[in-house]
Design a binder for this molecule. Structure first.
Ligand code: TRP
Length: 371
């Protein structure tokens, strides 16, 4: 059994540095290592619509943003199939069959669904106040549709952020239940692939709070203008107890150091700050006292410029060929449809609902009624 890699993102905004270190950078590495039979990366517009039904324009505009972010990070359409979820109708058929294998109670226990419901003010029927809205069925059941996203290509490996762990677990349960009920081995249980570095698993926003999120205004985008990026780093949360340069400073919870953990490479010191050999030396000095926040921020700015510049350059090139980008997505979607049609056929065989291919069924029914 070969290795098949699949992952995707909702097109609800431009991708930011949290997406980059949490998953994008990993995908490009995986792509370039070449240790797989096939790799798929897709734009989850159907999932984005589960809580944006009244705003399809937002989803429509962000398809191209996410596609440009993918290509600018170095995903190569020659090596990776890039596609749009809504353009692969087989996924919806699979979702329907899977939905019979999942209970409402199981969905209600999914921690990611719970958190996201609370965040969006969707109530579950038990508590309700004026600020809450009803829970769309499509939103509530999106983990089932996500299982179809993963299963259509029999993905073995899903590189995603930590918050997606409950989704992968739920998908594995669906696979086990399908294969056991229909006595087959059509579907494959996927494994999650998390970034090894903790700073990358949950990159905080520039305010040091939780995750980066557009609604909190604490993001640095991949396509961020260099001047804007500098401004955001200069305003970053550090150690509030580090008032004077000579004071000892704290590394834990200090956003500048969390970002350095996520982005800094040893070569950056030789290039931009030769007084130090590596990040450990820099941290030691900060802890001892005598090292100002602004110096550290300026170093982080240089590191980020160095990482983001090639991404920005590739983006500019693709921006001048938008029709070409849609063409990449169209071709990728067609290729994904072929793979999905094959898996769906195998699923229907296992469920014995490929009636017209089933000569034995037709003969049996004919015999039953023959006078
Ligand atoms: N839920 C993912 C997110 O919010 C997007 C997604 C949809 C996905 N289907 C997927 C990720 C399948 C990995 C595999 O970012």
């Amino acid at each position: 059994m070969g290795r098949i890699i699949l992952t995707g993102d909702r097109p609800t905004g431009k991708l930011h540095l949290g997406h980059y270190v949490g998953s994008l950078r990993n995908r490009v590495l995986l792509q370039n290592e070449g240790n797989y039979d096939r790799m798929f990366v897709f734009i989850a517009d159907v999932q984005a619509l589960t809580d944006n039904a009244d705003n399809p324009e937002k989803v429509r505009q962000n398809i191209i943003e996410v596609a440009l972010d993918y290509l600018s990070c170095g995903l190569d359409p020659e090596k990776v199939t890039l596609f749009i979820q809504s353009q692969v109708p087989q996924l919806h058929e699979m979702t329907q069959f899977f939905s019979n294998l999942v209970t409402v109670q199981r969905l209600q226990r999914n921690p990611t669904v719970k958190t996201e419901m609370a965040l969006r003010g969707f109530h579950n029927g038990e508590t309700q106040d004026d600020n809450q809205r009803g829970l769309p069925v499509g939103f509530f059941t999106y983990p089932i549709s996500q299982a179809a996203d993963i299963c259509f290509c029999k993905a073995t490996t899903v590189p995603v952020g930590e918050d997606q762990e409950p989704m992968i677990e739920q998908c594995r349960e669906i696979v086990r239940s399908f294969n056991s009920i229909y006595k087959c081995d059509v579907l494959v249980e996927p494994e999650i692939l998390l970034p090894s570095n903790m700073a990358c698993r949950r990159l905080p926003g520039t305010d040091g709070k939780a995750k980066m999120s557009k609604s909190l205004g604490n993001c640095i985008y991949l396509s961020e203008d260099p001047k804007e990026m500098e401004k955001k780093v200069k305003g970053m949360f550090t150690d509030p107890g580090h008032l004077r340069v000579e004071d000892p400073g704290k590394i834990e919870g200090n956003t500048v150091f969390t970002y350095l953990d996520a982005f800094c490479e040893d070569g950056d010191f030789a290039n931009f700050w030769p007084e130090y050999q590596n990040l450990e030396e820099l941290k030691d000095h900060y802890r001892r006292g005598g090292l100002g926040d602004m110096k550290c921020k300026k170093f982080l700015i240089q590191v980020l410029h160095d990482r983001l510049e090639p991404i920005r350059a590739r983006r500019h090139a693709y921006e001048q060929d938008i029709a070409g980008v849609y063409d990449i997505l169209r071709k990728g979607s067609e290729a994904a449809c072929e793979v999905a049609a094959q898996t769906l056929h195998e699923m229907k065989d296992a469920m014995k609902i490929n009636y017209f291919d089933d000569a034995a069924l037709i003969a049996e029914q004919a015999a039953k009624y023959k006078l």
